[in-house]
Write a protein that binds this ligand. Sequence first.
Ligand code: ADP
Length: 473
Amino acid sequence: MRVAVVSAEAVPYSKTGGLGDVAGALPKALKKIGVDSVLITPCYLQTKGEYLWKLAIDDLWVDWRGLIYRAKAFYSEANGSPTFLIDAPEFFHRSSIYGFREDYERFAFFSHASILLLKRLGAPPDIVHLNDWHTGFAAVELARLSNYDPYWQKTHVVFSIHNLAYQGGFSLDELWKLGFGGEFEVNAFSFNGYASALKAGLVVSDVLTTVSRRYSLEIQTPEAGYGLDWLLRLRSNRLFGIVNGIDYEVWNPETDPNLPANYSKNDLSGKLICKRSLLESFGLPVDLEKPVFASISRLTAQKGIDLIMEIAGELLATGSYIIALGSGEWQYEQFWQRLRDYAPRQVGVYIGYNETLAHKIEAGADIFLMPSRFEPCGLNQMYSLRYGTVPIVRAVGGLDDTVENFNAVTLTGTGFKFQEFRADKFLEKIYEALFIYYDKELWRRLQLNGMNEDNSWENAARKYVQLYSMLKD
Ligand code: ADP
């Protein structure tokens, strides 16, 4: 089976969020279980030169809006699987990866160039696996090509939704300029008076997936459907939820080079060393008896920071530490900084993006807070489970799929979970967690339950292969 994964970002070449993690890891996991996989992604100004192993194609001619561009493609396996990075400086050499008025045009170009590149690479893929709105253009083009180009006739298209909130909207007038003037195509893109690349992908792809089972159900409701719930309900027999895996090589407390001490489920003593070092690095007084609560997150409303703001006073009153790493909206950054100024002996804050520190926090913390409003999958709760850090989550999206509420009688469960988006419900779970925390034996059991979970990519990749096989037969 030949699978081509196409994504606007992929670790380690580029990343702004969970999409990058998935697109980097899935092809590697597919390859490990014997699938012939290739990843296609842009080469940005931000992509490190060391990842561009060699120039594979220096004359990828791309016909585009009446002009012909000469793009290039670099080859790499820095993510652990064969990757081609499309290099077209006009489109991808910018000060940031996204955030430009003409983003729709940049990724329409990427979609088109990816299809041309794939055709240059030899036999057609059985599956083209597209991701998020950036690749909706490719879904439509492949649907068109399958009608008359024998090369594409046996290829099936899987389209994954990582976040329905980003829809790739632009003016309908632009469609014909991008080469999508046909009636079927205009219909596919049309959405509330404008064009949506995401909607087009959802309409024309053979199969749709989301990054958790619960999210696949939520997006079929008006509350979480962003105006597309009707379409997702229409296509519900073609919509599947597969929870993301996490990279078990990068996120492994036994080998993680970012930690002051490594540890495993058989010997957790290193975790205490990590806790001490974490407190010291934030200049906090060291009392290892007290729990460390942590948050690592983009600071946006999605992540439920408002709930943390509401309960922060009560949480501090328990004498616990709070450590936060994040960047994003001004009011949330302000909140964290003020909280630290208010209780400098209990609160540690780092505003910014820091991968190494993220590892140190996952290892050194006791409890991880993730009270999201919505969460397609979420990765940090899974990192927490692996690092013996107990997550407190809201029961939405992937958080609901991956965390089971702890039951102190049956001793089952991996964390704490509340339903409604309400501060009092969140606080109840915090108190419950504290109660268990001070019972060392129960806490150890809870930690081990989490550490024994299998959230590996291999597990997730097998589910994708089942889906691909279903299409192929
Ligand atoms: P989302 O994709 O919505 O941001 P996920 O939980 O799916 O949320 O993935 C977020 C990823 O980004 C995780 O790998 C997380 O550790 C990382 N991350 C988020 N904010 C920061 C930060 N300030 N510093 C380091 N890593 C961060």
